[in-house]
Ligand binder design. Structure first.
Ligand code: 3PG
Length: 397
């Protein structure tokens, strides 16, 4: 695919797809990470003489105008990140959008209203896509985290205009390639989260790609059940036991070692500060539930990390949002951070919960790369083609 470096942007209005789907409370942005990450792309377009017109979705308004989902509320955070005023058009296509674009001068930045206020966005419908395209002369896609959606602004535009990847898109794709495409081996993947059923494709793909797979969180309980271990009142998908057994067998055939908890932290209640104890993974009392991996498991995870060159992480090891059940996630994250700082490990992590857990552990900065993507990161780890990326590759040909 083309990058901004390959594109002639001088004097052009550059439709720039970014991800402004950030957490907002009472009309204020509570985490501006995604906004800060698009700054280099906006500046680079300006440096090349282009005028960035930002396209983005916010939340899921389902093709209708929903005032609470207006991108207008993101403008102050954008202005702060960019250090300049940002104009806002109350439409993404049509009169107001055209007037706002016509008024732009070199150095300006404009953000158009939520593309998902129009049914044509998610339908990737031709007339809507053409109306967007008519507003500019080039298209830059910097929204890796929305690249799993085949929408007008993430996919359709690349077929209508000179197109390229923004700086963040480039960085995300390079990091992911280094982690799973052409990684330094051995590779360890950490997969956590509540359910096996939502991560089946992920597990099936990873066992063919990595040497070590650490399974944590609620889904580890399902694997314990699959091995005939009683897990008391723990969250577990008993109907997935056969599937879990199949994954274990396939992993063995594929030369991937799966690491399950050997000891666990159990409690009678799922609440902060609930009295807890560490027991062997096969000794969960019938009236208790597993809420975290234990210290022996963490020691083993640490030893696996130390043997590997590359780590890819999606999903916490325990109920990290409630203390003290964040201990295993924090300790494993700290170990990964230390090995990364020492130049021994390339560490890449992604997914909303994962990034929140690493931030909470205070080690996110030490990781080689933290993706801004949730669903897109997962789909990419599942080995799926992302339509937004595929369209950029096709546009180059
Ligand atoms: C995200 O927040 O992960 C992306 O912006 C995609 O949002 P969506 O899941 O509503 O398509």
């Amino acid at each position: 695919f083309n990058t901004i470096d390959d594109m002639d942007l001088d004097g052009k209005v550059v439709l720039t797809r970014v991800d402004l789907n950030v957490p907002v409370e009472n009309g204020r942005v509570t985490d501006a990470t995604r906004i800060e990450k698009i700054v280099p792309t906006v500046k680079e377009i300006q440096k090349k003489g282009g005028i960035p017109v930002l396209l983005a979705h916010f939340d899921r308004p389902k093709g209708k105008r929903v005032d609470a989902m207006s991108l207008g509320q993101i403008v102050p955070a954008l202005e702060q990140a960019l250090g300049q005023p940002v104009a806002f058009a109350s439409e993404a296509i049509g009169g107001d959008a055209k007037r706002a674009v016509a008024a732009l001068k070199s150095g300006d930045v404009l953000v158009l209203e939520n593309t998902r206020f129009y049914p044509g966005e998610e339908e990737n419908e031709q007339t809507f896509t053409a109306s967007l395209a008519a507003l500019g002369q080039a298209y830059v896609n910097d929204a890796f985290s929305a690249a799993h959606r085949a929408h007008a602004s993430t996919e359709g535009l690349a077929r209508l205009m000179p197109s390229g990847a923004g700086k963040l898109m480039e960085a995300e794709l390079n990091a992911l390639d280094a982690a799973l495409g052409t990684p330094e081996r051995p590779v360890v993947a950490v997969v956590g989260g509540a359910k096996v059923s939502t991560k089946l494709d992920l597990l099936s793909n990873l066992i063919t790609k990595v040497e070590h797979l650490v399974i944590g969180g609620g889904m580890a309980n399902t694997f314990l059940v699959a091995q005939g271990i009683e897990v008391g009142k723990s969250l577990a998908e008993r109907d997935m036991a056969d599937t879990a057994r199949e994954i274990l067998a396939k992993a063995q055939g594929a030369g991937c070692t799966i690491h399950l908890p050997v000891d666990v932290v159990v409690a009678r209640e799922f609440k902060a500060g609930a009295p807890s104890e560490v027991v062997s993974a096969n000794a969960c009392p019938t009236d208790a539930m597993i809420l975290d991996a234990g210290p022996e498991t963490v020691a083993q995870v640490r030893a696996v990390f130390a043997q590997c060159r590359t780590l890819i992480w999606n999903g916490p090891l325990g109920a990290f949002e409630i203390e003290p059940f964040d201990a295993a996630t924090n300790a494993a994250a700290a170990a990964a951070a230390e090995l990364t700082r020492a130049g021994k490990l390339i560490s890449v992590a992604g997914g909303g919960d994962t990034v929140a857990a690493l931030n909470k552990a205070g080690v996110a900065e030490d990781f080689t790369f933290i993706s801004t993507a949730g669903g897109a990161f997962l789909e990419w780890m599942e080995g799926k083609d992302l339509p937004g990326v595929a369209a950029l590759i096709a546009a180059k040909r």
